[in-house]
Design a protein around this ligand. Structure first.
Ligand code: AMP
Ligand code: ZN
Length: 135
């Protein structure tokens, strides 16, 4: 399979490795948006949160807090974002699930556009019902 993260997990492509266990690989992002930008990657190939095994997801979530804390402390961050892009429309370029840890400094402007809006009357309840019907 022609997947860059599978190749990194198999040791076929070099990376700045931070942590590894049987199910999870943690590396520095090669194109960081801030110092210490880190990727937490299940070794099992899956593309999105909803098609990844519970075992891989729970392995990722088990290491995430410890890694996030170490990353933030190492670069003196005031906070961090955990970001997971699912699908091209959401900005996913590498189609192997991964969680970004993006260290943040106060006022750094890394994500300064958050296009929040208000639902018109009744729309939120309609959408909530559509979602509940699919669970
Ligand atoms: P996304 O847009 O969520 O799919 O993010 C993919 C991320 O993978 C980007 O931030 C890239 O900089 C990063 N990336 C791509 N190739 C590599 C690589 N060989 N080593 C480390 N990070 C990579
Ligand atoms: Zn893969």
């Amino acid at each position: 399979m022609d997947c860059i993260f599978c190749k990194i997990a198999a040791g076929q492509i070099p990376c700045s490795k931070i942590y590894e266990d049987q199910e999870v690989l943690v590396i520095l992002d090669i194109g960081p948006v801030s110092d210490g930008h880190t990727l937490v990657i299940p070794k099992e190939h899956c593309t999105k949160v909803h098609n990844c095994s519970s075992q891989s997801l729970s392995a990722v979530m088990t290491v995430l807090p410890k890694i996030a804390s170490a990353v933030a402390e190492a670069v003196g961050a005031d906070g961090y974002n955990i970001l997971c892009n699912n699908g091209r429309a959401a900005g996913q370029l590498v189609e192997h699930l991964h969680f970004h840890i993006i260290p943040r400094k106060t006022g750094d402007g890394v994500f300064n556009h958050w296009p929040a809006f208000k639902y018109p009357q009744g729309k939120a309840e309609k959408i909530a019902e559509e979602i509940r019907a699919r669970l």
